[in-house]
Write a protein that binds this ligand. Sequence first.
Ligand SMILES: Cc1cc2nc3c(=O)[nH]c(=O)nc-3n(C[C@H](O)[C@H](O)[C@H](O)COP(=O)(O)OP(=O)(O)OC[C@H]3O[C@@H](n4cnc5c(N)ncnc54)[C@H](O)[C@@H]3O)c2cc1C
Length: 417
Amino acid sequence: MLIVVGAGAAGLMAALQASRAGASVLLLERNEKAGKKIYITGKGRCNVTNDCTRDEFLREVARNPRFLYSALSFFSPQDMMTLLESAGCPVTVQRGRRVFPSSEKASDVTRALLSLLSREDVRLRLNTRVSGIRAENGAVSGVTLEDGSFLPADGVILATGGFSYPSTGSTGDGYRFASALGHTVASPRPVLVGLETSADWPKKLQGLSLRNVTLTLKQGKKTLYTELGELLFTHFGISGPLALEASCHLPEDLSSAVLTLDLKPGLTRDQLDARLRREFEAAGKKQLRNVLPSLLPAAFAAVFPSVLGLPEDLICSQITSAQREALLQGLKSLPVPVRDPRPVEEAVVTRGGVSVKEIDPATMESRLLPGLYFAGELIDTDAHTGGYNLQIAFSTGALAGYSAALRGQAKEGASDI
Ligand SMILES: Cc1cc2nc3c(=O)[nH]c(=O)nc-3n(C[C@H](O)[C@H](O)[C@H](O)COP(=O)(O)OP(=O)(O)OC[C@H]3O[C@@H](n4cnc5c(N)ncnc54)[C@H](O)[C@@H]3O)c2cc1C
């Protein structure tokens, strides 16, 4: 018997592949339903994978990309797309080769996986929380449940996810199980998460979304991240695709990081300077704040002079060259002082987890405890947005399921002799 702990993306796929490879599988899930996190992915649309090559994929993996080489070769994004189509869930490739179910309903992805599982020898037990993994004679021997009962198994796949969005069931149980069995667990921290700012002005712009701006993260002279896209102001600071991506690149020492916003990436400094001169000359005695809406959204234009420390009632014809330089600098490179990332509970992904040095990348089996396998976000690897994180869960899950099934058969074969 093979036990899979956690019926999220990784666990569902592990159970499916293990059963297809001949194993008898028991899939344990603490929630009242499977795949709870999948429902909220991609804002309910589920960006299920990315239709790219393996090498392109690995370039999008922020942590431990090489570890994923075998898993992605074993079960690729294209394999995932074919699998979904075979289960009656057609997919559509959108901008950036992001793949979504054509219905744009995340629930269809879970439904497809469950319908494939229903054709297999897999028993799904819901409302069943595992409390520990047991080992005997140097190999895994089964799992204990919250009610104290023990379920024996020749193999256990841990697919309990990370720490983020704990209401979906991922509360870090797997980290505790792995470390109790002697594994190194890199301390979990949030990535793909909003950023709190120390300045108040972003909070005043709460709800405003800017498209086609460039966010740049630097440490000294080194550019850690720079991208054109969409930024959202919130009650705590900044969020939206650019802020989430930037959070992947934050250095440990936040005080050394400088985040700046280019509000006019389509214009060079010289072009923008010429435009400011022209606008101010034409505006004459008008106040600056009445002219800025031609350059910025109205809400931003209203606070912009005070953000730069300029008088709010500045008259265009009286703007000095130093003040114009401050405006130019503010439009092209506005500092956004970051205080902290939001907590891990709000992160799309948890960085950290079970050390990849202690997992065989060709099988996903623990190097410390035979018969124990890892899959999904629990492992210390994570990627940017674009469907990569779910695919990591599917690829590592598929490989773990297949390898655990083969190991079980090899053991049975050996005991028959
Ligand atoms: C808001 C949001 C949006 C996202 N959008 C996308 C997206 O569009 N595309 C993308 O690629 N990625 C996205 N992600 C990331 C992606 O959802 C995760 O990386 C992926 O779901 C991880 O899968 P997993 O199976 O490893 O973990 P999970 O999906 O967290 O599954 C773990 C499962 O284990 C169960 N479990 C935990 N402990 C126990 C226990 N002790 N006993 C029994 N069961 C247990 C949990 O209840 C859960 O069902 C998003 C994440 C969030 C939070």
